[in-house]
Design a protein around this ligand. Structure first.
Ligand SMILES: Cc1cc2nc3c(=O)[nH]c(=O)nc-3n(C[C@H](O)[C@H](O)[C@H](O)COP(=O)(O)OP(=O)(O)OC[C@H]3O[C@@H](n4cnc5c(N)ncnc54)[C@H](O)[C@@H]3O)c2cc1C
Length: 324
């Protein structure tokens, strides 16, 4: 029996969430005494795959066929389930990313496994019953899910647990899956990136701004702050509704839910629908000229002040700090 961790890549580079999943897999393996194997699908270099060893996992199964060069949900789910069966994996771990959200239930169905998606904790294990925490009701509560099946699929929320290093040598083994034609009925011809900036759902730091910025012409300072911090940019709903920013940046109840380590909210009131998508952030910094803005109630640090004065000073201070 073993544990299989699916490690995602983007354009051949392993994602940060892949290292979190590996660390999580290693920690689960330490609890159950099972060996952990990583699975990579797509064209990832040996140098990248060797990084798996930094997180305590000794073996990677590499699937690299031309059919599977681009992510196709049905085909990837079939391959992950096939590999899980071939190594008798009782537990499959992956990231609850955009693609992981689609993969996890398919894999669970194929394996007849219990599913914990959006997991935020290591399992508490009692025999074959595992309890795992996940955040629910837009991060207002934490639910404990009980997994009773022998086989389990766990999709881990990005940024919920840190990747921990414990280096071991890695063996890379190639695997040729049987991919059914029906699984390849979706053909991806091309992927065009809208931006080369940090991806919002994966970001460690998010700089977000709202209607307090008055108009799209004032976003240069938000982008500059994000650049200095290596952060992704986000916005409130009215901002994207007004066309000041792309809809892909809208966070909240009806937008993306994000879980960065640092969320900086500039000129955003903190309406409940906005908080629904951001309140699971580890540290929240709010910049607002209204001391009564509801966002201050959930902030770890708050600056009461005019964004047009505060943000440029913050950028200068961060640049000076980095240069020293
Ligand atoms: C069903 C439904 C779903 C929704 N889903 C979402 C969602 O997913 N995401 C979302 O964001 N909203 C959502 N909303 C909208 C939400 O209710 C709020 O209207 C919205 O979040 C407010 O955006 P805002 O804070 O940018 O603007 P405002 O409410 O106008 O607030 C602007 C803030 O900027 C501050 N400010 C003004 N000038 C300055 C300055 N110079 N310096 C510093 N601060 C300044 C003000 O004090 C104020 O607090 C939803 C609403 C509904 C009804």
């Amino acid at each position: 029996m073993s544990i299989l961790v699916y490690i995602e890549n983007v354009e051949g580079a392993l994602k940060k969430s892949a290292f979190e999943s590996l660390s999580y897999g290693k920690a689960v393996g330490d609890l159950t005494g099972e060996k952990v194997t990583a699975l990579s699908i797509g064209n990832v270099s040996q140098e990248e795959l060797n990084k798996v060893g930094q997180y305590g996992v000794e073996k990677v199964i590499e699937v690299n066929s031309s059919d599977l060069g681009q992510f196709v949900n049905q085909a990837y789910a079939s391959v992950i389930a096939e590999v899980a069966k071939s190594i008798d994996a009782q537990t499959v771990i992956l990231s609850n990313s955009f693609s992981g959200k689609g993969l996890a239930p398919r894999i669970a169905a194929k394996l007849g496994a219990a599913l914990a998606d959006g997991a935020i904790s290591l399992p508490t294990i009692s025999g074959s019953i595992w309890q795992i925490q996940k955040s629910v009701f837009s991060n207002k509560a934490i639910a404990t899910e009980e997994l009773q099946e022998q086989k389990k699929v766990i999709a881990l929320t990005p940024n919920s647990l840190e990747a921990t290093e414990s280096a071991v040598p890695v063996a890379i083994e190639k695997y040729e899956p049987q991919v059914a034609a029906a699984d390849l009925s979706t053909v991806i011809k091309d992927i065009v990136r809208a931006t080369d900036k940090v991806s919002l759902p994966e970001a460690d730091i998010v700089v977000s701004a709202g209607r307090g910025l008055k108009g799209p012409e004032n976003w240069a300072m938000v982008e500059e702050l994000a650049d200095v911090l290596g952060a992704a940019t986000a916005c409130s709903k009215p901002v994207s509704d007004a066309g000041w920013r792309p809809h892909a940046e809208h966070v909240g109840q009806t937008g993306l839910a994000v879980t960065p380590n640092l969320y900086i909210a500039i000129g955003i009131s903190g309406a409940i629908q906005h908080l629904a998508g951001v309140s699971a952030s580890k540290t929240i910094v709010v910049i607002n000229k209204d001391p009564e803005a509801p966002f201050f109630k959930v902030a770890d640090y708050g600056i009461v002040g005019d964004a047009f004065e505060v943000v440029p000073q913050l950028i200068e201070a961060l640049k000076a700090y980095k240069n020293n």
